[in-house]
Design a binder for this molecule. Structure first.
Ligand SMILES: NC(=O)C1=CN([C@@H]2O[C@H](COP(=O)(O)OP(=O)(O)OC[C@H]3O[C@@H](n4cnc5c(N)ncnc54)[C@H](O)[C@@H]3O)[C@@H](O)[C@H]2O)C=CC1
Ligand SMILES: O=C(O)C(=O)[C@H](O)COP(=O)(O)O
Length: 382
């Protein structure tokens, strides 16, 4: 059995080395002839698995991506050629949800609003959208779901219309990139819908760049429209439309899902899927490899709940710093891919402990904050 895998998959050696002959490749450098004698190919999102790449892959039987999105796989071709494929749906849902929460709390601090006074609409209520909704519920922020495919399939949750989405104060996009069928998502936010956004509204795109038409957005900005837009994902990555950057409220390099846990869970899910495919017993699990994080976040129990949550979230992930780094690096060069490749280690909330300075059980507010922190995934230090 020969396996070839993207060397950006954390813990890949640990997971894959016993499965047969396992070799790594660097995304962007994989050649067709390297796939000649390969049985299984494991990629991340920057490797396009299409007819061209697979032109010599006559032995290939299994393709997996350690990412939630799979629009880089030509799934029709894989099906046609009898190659089983797998995507690690949900691997990084928590990371993206924590990114979105950080974005909302950062904007709230900058613009002087309380998140609980706003309504949020989630477009795409799958793994990521549900993880965002769950955290908003924990924080007492009202949120509506828009997902026609799920609604049609009988999902029992309450769904709203697109008109209601357009009324929300914050709109979060969490759909796949879909080109065909009844519910396409490419250009979902094009000129007419972008034009309808009010200047008090916020639009956060952390799904796929093509869901928001970047040239239409740029033309509105250049006409002087004040729009509050957060982009983690862009059309034509890594050669993105840099002229957008100065107009955006927050701009990052498609790293919303890049917590260590999010990326490593992708590797582990691919391992599990390949074991199931090949009838290999599962002997490894992610918890054996994830590093222990012994940091303790000290919170001042005299602070109000907005600032306590703000500090907890920011301690784990500083979106303002990511945004600043992105702007300065992108101003000098085409650094998009490099920022992603050398992204600093980021942990999810579940890796850290929160400690409340002062008697944490003294007031009801502190008691509530302890359960909020725990529900967000933090461990509570005594
Ligand atoms: N920025 C980043 O780092 C990351 C981006 N992503 C992107 O986010 C997407 C969503 O991820 P998951 O939640 O894991 O996928 P998922 O498949 O669990 O959920 C996607 C949801 O979108 C819904 N949907 C499809 N078409 C729609 C439409 N026209 N309108 C409204 N809803 C629609 C689907 O019914 C589904 O419930 C991925 O496909 C990927 O493209 C995912 C992880 C990280
Ligand atoms: O899971 C997805 O879908 C994503 O967008 C990933 O965060 C992409 O990460 P890379 O594979 O591009 O590192």
């Amino acid at each position: 059995m020969k396996i070839i895998y993207d060397n950006a998959m954390p813990y890949a050696d640990e997971f894959f080395s016993d499965l047969g002959v396992a070799e790594s490749f660097t995304a962007g450098e994989l050649r067709t002839d390297q796939l000649r004698d390969v049985d299984a190919l494991f990629v991340r999102s920057t490797t396009k698995v299409d007819g061209q790449l697979l032109s010599e892959a006559t032995r290939l039987r299994f393709v997996a991506t350690a990412t939630a999105g799979f629009n880089h796989l030509d799934t029709s071709l894989l099906k046609e050629r009898g190659i089983k494929w797998y995507a690690a749906g949900g691997c990084n849902a928590v990371a993206v949800a924590e990114y979105v929460l950080n974005a909302i709390y950062h904007l709230a601090k900058q613009d002087g609003f309380i998140p609980q006074d706003k309504t949020v609409a989630i477009v795409g209520a799958g793994n990521v959208g549900s993880a965002v909704a769950e955290r908003l519920r924990i924080l007492g922020i009202s949120c509506a779901l828009y997902d026609p495919p799920l609604e049609k399939s009988g999902d029992p949750r309450a769904f709203v219309s697109f008109d209601s989405v357009m009324q929300a104060d914050v709109i979060c996009l969490h759909t796949p990139l879909v080109d065909e069928g009844e519910f396409p998502t490419r250009d979902m936010f094009e000129l007419s819908r972008l034009s309808q956004l009010r200047k008090s509204q916020y639009l956060i795109n952390a799904c796929r760049g093509e869901v928001v038409n970047n040239q239409d957005l740029l033309s509105l900005f250049e006409q002087g429209r004040a729009l509050n837009i957060v982009l983690d994902v862009w059309e034509h990555e890594p050669l993105i439309e840099k002229r957008l950057i100065p107009y955006l409220r927050l701009a990052t390099a498609h790293i919303a899902g890049h917590s260590i846990e999010g990326k490593a869970r992708g590797t582990s899910m691919v391992y599990d899927a390949f074991c199931a495919f090949s009838g290999t017993p599962i002997t490894k699990q992610l918890s054996d490899y994830l590093p222990i994080d012994d940091r303790v976040i000290a919170l001042d129990s005299k602070e109000d709940s907005f600032h306590q949550v703000f500090h907890m979230l920011k301690h784990m992930y500083d979106i303002e710093k990511d945004d600043g780094n992105f702007r300065s690096r992108m101003a000098k060069s085409e650094a998009f891919a490099e920022i992603r490749q050398n992204y600093p280690q980021r942990r999810e909330c579940s890796a850290a402990k929160v400690h409340f300075n002062g008697a944490q059980s003294e007031t009801n507010n502190n008691k509530t904050m302890v359960s909020t922190a725990a529900a967000l995934g933090f461990l509570i230090a005594n």
